[in-house]
Write a protein that binds this ligand. Structure first.
Ligand SMILES: C[S@@+](CC[C@H](N)C(=O)[O-])C[C@H]1O[C@@H](n2cnc3c(N)ncnc32)[C@H](O)[C@@H]1O
Length: 187
C-alpha cells in the first residue's frame, strides 16, 4: 500500500476503514492529497476518524455511509462530494456478506476514477474476490497483478486502456454500462 501511495499523486479512495486509513492518513499528512474512506459502521467510522493524525484532518474524511441496494449488488451509498478523481483505491470493504461483495466499486465510482487509477484489492485469493477481479478486468479494461505471502494476497489493477495515453489525474473513460444510476434503495 505504501508503494502504491508513493507511486500515485492524486486523491485516494478507501473502501472499508481501519488501521489502513490511519496509515494512509499518516503517509499523506504533509502533502495536499485528499483521502476519502467509506465506512458502513458508524461507530467504527467515528473511532477510526478519532485516530487520524491531526495534520491530516482537513484532507482526510471517514464517511459513515449506509450500504444500499443498487439492484444487482449492494454497496456503499456514494457521498455527493465523492467526485475524485481518485488515482489510488484501496478496496477492503464492504464485508464479504454484502450482496456482490466489493464489486460495486466499479459501477458506482467509475466516473470518479482517474484514467490511470490503480486499485488495490485485498483478499484476492478468496473465490469471491477472484470473481470480482475477472469482472473488473472485462468491464473496466484493467490488467491485474496478484501478490501473495502464502496466507494472504492482494491484487493490483491498472487500467490497460488509459495508462499509456491519459495524463495523471484525468478521469477514466466512462463506459455507460459500468454505471448503475438506477434509483438506489436505502437499506
Ligand atoms: C476487513 S476490515 C479492513 C479495514 C481496513 N481496510 C484495514 O485494513 O485496516 C473491513 C471492515 O471491517 C470492519 N471492522 C474492521 N475491524 C473492526 C473492528 N475492530 N471492530 C469493528 N469493525 C471492524 C469495518 O466495518 C471495516 O470497514
Amino acid at each position: 500500500m505504501l508503494e502504491q501511495t508513493l507511486a500515485t499523486r492524486g486523491g485516494v479512495l478507501e473502501c472499508g476503514s481501519g488501521l489502513s486509513t490511519v496509515l494512509l492518513a499518516t503517509w499523506l499528512a504533509h502533502g495536499d492529497r485528499p483521502l476519502l474512506a467509506l465506512e458502513h459502521d458508524p461507530a467504527w467510522a467515528a473511532l477510526v476518524e478519532s485516530r487520524l493524525p491531526t495534520a491530516s484532518r482537513s484532507r482526510v474524511r471517514v464517511a459513515s455511509v449506509r450500504l444500499i441496494d443498487y439492484g444487482a449488488f449492494t454497496w456503499y451509498a456514494r457521498p455527493s462530494y465523492a467526485d475524485g478523481p481518485y488515482e489510488l483505491v484501496v478496496c477492503d470493504g464492504p464485508p464479504a456478506s454484502t450482496q456482490g461483495g466489493r464489486y460495486g466499486l466499479l459501477p458506482v465510482m467509475a466516473r470518479a476514477l482517474a484514467g490511470d487509477v490503480r486499485i488495490l484489492l485485498d483478499d484476492a485469493h478468496r473465490p469471491a474476490e477472484s470473481a470480482i477481479l475477472r469482472r473488473w478486468e472485462i468491464e473496466g479494461g484493467f490488467s491485474t497483478a496478484e501478490f501473495s505471502d502464502g496466507a494472504k494476497s492482494y491484487a493490483l489493477l491498472t487500467s490497460q486502456a488509459t495508462k499509456a495515453d491519459a495524463p495523471p489525474g484525468t478521469r477514466a473513460p466512462n463506459p455507460a454500462d459500468l454505471r448503475d444510476d438506477r434509483e438506489a434503495t436505502d437499506r
